[in-house]
Design a protein around this ligand. Structure first.
Ligand code: SAH
Length: 212
């Protein structure tokens, strides 16, 4: 079901689609995705698709996780990274294997609790969690070398730009429901350079927090 062969096939797909970073590919190879899914869906864990995780949310597609992570690490060693939208915790696991410290924020409490449990099971201890609306970032912990949002706002929140370190990178899907642009914004001095990495489809970044 989650045989080494299906996992290797996924790696092949990531390579075919242009993922080049060996460190990202290695971490994708060694991180189990099935543990982040309900048992009923675990057999599909190594397909390159987004899948439901309850509460109307989805675990991101492996290719997009790889692409966003590659953009985070492109400028060298990651000291501090901030993730907005913990969801299942799968993207968090990939990031935490590459960054010294990861801060992650999720607005739906039961999702955050489940993610925390699974990330602890994987032995990842360099993660700080927060149950909150992440659209304002996490100012006390910043500035960050990379900020990665896995839910899409209509426009880029300026608070996130303000929390980037010099040379820091914000990777964020921007736009309405349906199709969004995955933006890569790099801080250089007082300027922000912006590019588009891909067209994507993420759940919306919503205001407020939910307790159940
Ligand atoms: N990277 C996650 C993707 C989860 S989907 C994974 O691979 O599992 C996006 C997540 O963003 C959802 O869990 C959703 O609840 C969360 N989210 C949406 N708006 C948010 C906000 N304002 N603050 C924090 N989390 C938010």
């Amino acid at each position: 079901m989650t045989s080494q062969r299906t996992r290797e096939r996924l790696l092949g797909r990531l390579l075919d689609q242009g993922i080049k970073s060996m460190e990202v590919l290695d971490v994708m190879r060694s991180t189990p995705r099935h543990i982040f899914l309900d048992e009923a869906l675990a057999h599909r864990a190594y397909e390159d698709v987004a899948l439901p995780i309850g509460h109307n949310q989805t675990i991101s597609q492996p290719y997009i996780v790889a692409r966003m992570t590659e953009a985070c690490v492109a400028s060298g060693k990651l000291n501090k990274a901030l993730e907005i939208g913990t969801g299942s915790g799968y993207q968090t696991a990939i990031l935490a294997s590459l960054a010294k410290k990861v801060y992650t924020i999720e607005r739906i409490k039961p999702l955050l609790n489940r993610a925390k449990k699974n990330l602890k099971l994987l032995g990842l201890r360099n993660i700080d969690y927060k149950h909150d609306d992440g659209s304002l970032g996490w100012e006390e912990k910043g500035p960050f070398d990379a900020i990665l949002a896995t839910a899409a706002p209509q426009t880029v929140p300026h608070e996130l730009l303000d929390q980037l370190a010099e040379g820091g990178r914000l990777i964020i899907p921007v736009g309405g429901e349906g199709r969004q642009e995955l933006k890569l914004i790099t801080k250089q001095g007082n300027e922000f350079n912006e590019g588009v990495l891909d067209l994507v489809r993420f759940v919306p970044l919503l205001k407020g927090q939910l307790h159940q």
